[in-house]
Design a protein around this ligand. Structure first.
Ligand SMILES: C[S@@+](CC[C@H](N)C(=O)[O-])C[C@H]1O[C@@H](n2cnc3c(N)ncnc32)[C@H](O)[C@@H]1O
Length: 236
């Protein structure tokens, strides 16, 4: 299970030191819908949801995540927004009372990597096929017909070190493995390692993803836009 417990305490500092631009991510979601009920799968500490909630256009914003420590931070961040709901859930057992107009994952349970002109490939926090099937099966039950699924696009992963705003050094190391890759995350204060987390990811070719998603009623909607942040699928 892809728990972010070791990183949770440092997550915001790492991510807001230039890893993601949350303002731009949230604005990009507005290109797909500017009303209704939306669901983030793998919402972490709620950094995207906070930007979306501040826009005051959505009826309901729900965030699910399996790491309790991440959701505790999200809860503190978002408790003043009455239309935000958070739920501690693994996507493979997703069970919510409502149906959503749009679901998205940006660096959450699933995302795409696009390397130059190469075909996108899916990266999943779920390391086996059965769980990926079950995750999409549960997700489709929570989307209305014609509902949208947006999966974020990232650039290729590589090893790097970065000095954060608090002076610590964030470091990540990627090692390919059968069916995916392993990512080692570190946070160093001088020579002392103060956080270490290792996660396994599975990867799928684009053709495989389309087939997998079609099984659960999702059709790919190709849109030629420069610098887009998501690939879009529609529930038939
Ligand atoms: C890199 S964080 C992204 C958080 C957030 N989307 C953001 O942009 O800051 C990935 C999150 O996905 C969550 N996650 C991984 N596998 C999951 C699963 N099977 N079900 C629910 N959440 C999951 C992790 O707990 C973690 O908080």
């Amino acid at each position: 299970m892809s728990s972010y417990t070791p990183m949770s305490h440092y997550y915001d500092t790492i991510m807001t030191s230039g890893y993601y631009n949350y303002e731009v991510i949230a604005k990009s979601i507005l290109n797909y819908t500017s009303a209704g009920k939306i669901l983030e799968i793998g919402c972490g500490t709620g950094l995207i949801i906070e930007k979306l909630a501040n826009m005051q256009v959505f009826d309901t914003i729900c965030g699910v995540d399996l790491t309790e420590e991440m959701l505790t931070i999200a809860q503190k961040r978002l408790h003043l927004f009455p239309n935000v709901k958070l739920s501690l859930q693994n996507i493979i057992d997703l069970s919510l009372a409502e149906e959503y107009d749009l679901a998205f994952s940006y660096g959450g349970v699933w995302y795409f990597v696009i390397d130059g002109d190469a075909e996108p490939f899916l990266v999943s926090h779920l390391v086996n096929d059965v769980d990926n099937h079950q995750g999409f099966a549960r997700l489709t039950k929570h989307l209305r017909p014609q509902g949208k699924l947006l999966l974020g696009i990232q650039g290729p992963h590589f090893d790097y070190d970065k000095v954060l705003s608090n002076g610590m050094v964030y470091s990540q190391k990627i090692s390919p493995c059968q069916g995916g890759f392993i990512k080692d995350y570190y946070l160093l204060n001088g020579s002392e390692i103060i956080m270490q987390q290792t996660l396994h990811y599975s990867t799928y070719y684009f053709g495989e993803v389309q087939k997998l998603l079609e099984t659960y009623g999702f059709k790919y909607k190709p849109v030629e836009t420069k610098n887009k942040l998501f690939l879009e699928f529609e529930k038939l």
